[in-house]
Design a protein. Sequence first.
Length: 316
Amino acid sequence: MFILSSCKIRRDLRERLEEAYPSVTFQFTDSIGEAASFLPKADVLLTYGEDLTEDLIEGATQLKWVMVLSAGLEKMPFKKIEERGILVTNSKGIHKVPMAEYAIAMLLQVARNTRLLLENEKAHEWDRNVKPVEITGKTMLIAGTGAIGQEVARLAQAFRMYTIGISNSGKAKEHFDNVYTKDELEAHLPEADFVVSVLPSTEGTKNFFKRKDFEIMKGDAVFLNMGRGDVVDGDTLLHVMEERLIHHAVLDVFEKEPLPAAHPFWEMGNVTITPHSSGMSPHYQPRAMSIFEENLHTFLAGGNVSVNQIDPRKGY
């Protein structure tokens, strides 16, 4: 068994794998460029999912399984992967703790007017007219009711918020007071004080939020996107914020990344920008490798790998 990594793995995690699986040959590299020469003999590939092409898959003649050490899969060459019958798993769920903490932290900083307080501190200005509001008891609508959405809802309920989920199925999920289908979105957007998107990038989620959705939100609503940037058209969102249809937008993801330095969002007082960092955590790789090891044990035993298995036809 030959396992190849095209992404930089922490030394302690590499050593643990080599010690735990002495019969397996591991080849750790820091990039797909370094990994390319090893691909033809790799049975398993570890990747962040952004470096594979159809040509690389075609040349990986022994490849049976791709483990993506992230949740995002939109850049994967799924058509070729499906043709080859290659198993794909990802690290879905490992981001839920940092991303849920990010959501609450960002909503609190908007509610408490933290940006202005910090500006006043820097200017040595004592201004007690800066008025905060509370998030306790508000209503939060979360688009996406998977692991991340559920964890956001759990923390929201700690603030005694009413939590609304939006999903394809509308099936009940833990920590949501109610879950509705995407076709019912418009009926419930006017209720929400906070609208949080954790949607992935798929054909069904591109431009999910349209101008008409922002027009029916509360004027003091806050929109937070930490899923994927293409769930709302960038120009549409820019016009929404220029026209102040809603109170504030917290944006961690964008259609084009990095966000260009000249983009108007940087200078807008009603927009908070973060550099696609909501999922960052020192526990990121250990959590991802834990999922990999659970599946690897099954894979080596000849069983059916099931944790976070991806359907190439759907892309998730």
